[in-house]
Design a protein around this ligand. Structure first.
Ligand code: GLN
Length: 544
């Protein structure tokens, strides 16, 4: 019988519930307990695929092609496992499935209601993941905060689970924030008491309360929360703000969370072995010389839009015991006169994924700058398309070259829909999504990075390289170093006369892990770290 840990949030969002869930996974895994993770998103979209990055942050793609919440990225990085579509459930999916069943006549004669029809559908998703993953513990995060209207059916479903599968198989963890009042210099517990009351009103008594705070939490505060919220004193777990998210599992373990979970759920467990995490955190906290990387994108005001890219850069830098000094460059700023100055101290340039025409010309400029100044460049998905456009325009002289996504009538469509691809289809879930194979060219930068000829990587895009232009671009010095096994799709391209300008149609950032950087990110930083930029040269060995 699998055990379930349900994690809810109180007081405010963004207190690190996702990282807490991921960390509980790490702690259990370190005891040789198998885990799987699921995120419940109470919004009515079927998936976040059509949501603006400004609304939602990054869309994380699973190997099996689901467009999911960025928390899944943290789960994968923390428990070092690849999740599947079953790990993200939205209210949109639940309702559309219930309504489809109603139309089919599955409930013939019945009135369809939130309880039991919607809640049963939700619980089926928990059980489906348990069955498919065969994990001993399923950790389920309820998105949003307790009290949100959309979240009610999800909370009701997790409440019912206690009776369905037995009290001893279910654990409720509540993550809250303790705000600090500067005037009185104290942490306040009242919002936590209120959100626990709100949970109790629905019939859920938390077993463990994790208190996020920017300030140290005294014994008195812990006792107070224990008394007012009716949880064991040792089940009030402080979670101070830390410099790196990878420290969270260590902190929670130190506060006894692992022992508590194992004890309360009656799990058989080995001694925790978190040595790998201790080592990782020690390396992250040691002073490291930074590498200056410019990330040129359209949504840079919201760093969460590039969450996995940023993490992957940090993992890669750590491989060389270096840090990342990340310049967030709004691509539109590069379009202005003198915009190039924003790139003058970059030792490497990265152009990540994106959709739509805004800011494209700035990205083309970034690719041009990288090519003509021999600065290492990594293009991810849109970043590859931009690299191709730039090369066609300025290395080949086809100044009108473009993608039909940005100019439907371009006479030189180097990036286009493939013959047979239907433009008029629904927008949701119709991209090329998830893992596809790619054969790498021997001796190329890409093949050197991977050390393997056949790779599988995650995709999320609609447009493709247009093969009509392959020969011309090849003759001008572009190397098509990764192709689909049938040779039809360009997956990786790079430049012959450049130290390291490599781009891929897929999203390698999703596969990077803190202790195992993605090979393309690793070699990109490997090339960038030794580049000397303006002002970075060592002083001359003689005085003038
Ligand atoms: N907009 C481009 C496409 O649809 C690139 C997508 C992306 O970068 N994820 O092909």
């Amino acid at each position: 019988m699998p055990k379930y840990i349900f994690v809810t949030g109180g007081v405010v969002s963004s207190v690190g519930k996702g990282i807490t869930v991921a960390s509980i996974g790490t702690i259990l895994k370190s005891r040789q307990i198998t885990v799987s993770v699921q995120k419940l998103d109470p919004y009515l979209n079927v998936d976040p695929g059509t949501m603006s990055p400004y609304q939602h942050g990054e869309v994380f793609v699973t190997q099996d092609g689901a467009e999911t919440d960025l928390d899944l990225g943290n789960y994968e990085r923390f428990i070092d496992a690849s999740l599947t579509a079953e790990s993200n459930v939205t209210a949109g999916q639940i309702y559309s499935s219930v309504i489809a069943k109603e139309r089919r006549g599955d409930f013939l004669g019945g009135t369809i209601q939130v309880v039991p029809h919607v809640t049963t559908e939700i619980k089926d998703r928990f059980k489906r993941l348990a069955e498919k993953s065969q994990a001993e513990v399923i950790i389920i995060e309820v998105g949003g905060t307790v009290g949100d209207i959309e979240g009610q059916p999800f909370l009701e479903a997790i409440r019912q689970m206690r009776n369905d599968v037995g009290r001893e198989n279910v654990l409720y963890v509540h993550v809250t924030l303790l705000p600090y009042l500067t005037s009185t210099q104290e942490l306040k517990t009242k919002p936590t008491q209120h959100s626990v009351n709100e949970l109790r009103r629905i019939g859920i008594q938390p077993d463990i309360i994790i208190c996020r705070s920017d300030h140290p939490i005294s014994e008195g505060i812990r006792n107070k929360i224990s008394l007012f919220c009716d949880v064991d004193r040792q089940a009030v777990i402080p979670l101070p703000t830390v410099s790196t998210i990878y420290e969270v599992p260590l902190l929670l373990e130190q506060e006894g969370l692992g022992h508590l979970v194992v004890d309360k759920l009656g799990l058989k467990s080995d001694q925790p072995d978190l040595r790998q995490w201790q080592e990782l955190v020690a390396r992250l906290q040691a002073p490291r010389e930074p590498v200056n990387i410019a990330l040129v994108g359209k949504y840079v005001e919201l760093n969460d839009a590039y969450f996995s890219v940023r993490e992957a850069l940090h993992h890669a830098a750590l491989f060389y015991n270096r840090d990342i000094n990340l310049y967030w460059v709004a691509s539109e700023d590069l379009e202005k006169d003198g915009g190039d100055a924003l790139l003058h101290s970059a030792q490497g340039i990265i152009v990540p994924g994106g959709f739509g025409v805004r800011g494209i010309e700035g990205m083309v400029k970034a690719a041009n700058y990288a090519r003509t100044n021999q600065i290492p460049y990594l293009g991810l998905c849109l970043g590859m398309q931009v690299m191709v456009i730039e090369f066609a325009r300025y290395a080949l002289g086809a100044t009108v070259a473009n993608s039909t996504e940005f100019d439907a009538n371009t006479p030189y469509p180097v990036i286009d829909l493939l013959p047979g691809q239907d433009e008029t289809k629904n927008k949701g879930g119709t991209l090329r999504l998830g893992n596809y194979p790619c054969q790498l060219l021997d001796g190329s930068h890409a093949a050197k990075a991977y050390g393997d000829g056949l790779i599988y990587e995650r995709h999320r895009h609609r447009y493709e390289f247009n093969n009509k232009f392959r020969k011309q671009l090849q003759e001008a010095g572009m190397v098509f170093s990764g192709l689909s096994p049938d040779g039809r799709l360009v997956e990786v391209c790079e430049l012959a006369n450049h130290p390291w300008m490599v781009s891929c149609q897929f999203h390698p950032e999703f596969g990077s892990r803190p202790s195992c950087p993605h090979p393309l990110f690793r070699d990109f930083i490997g090339a960038a770290k030794d580049v000397l930029r303006e002002g970075a040269q060592p002083p001359l060995p003689f005085s003038t």
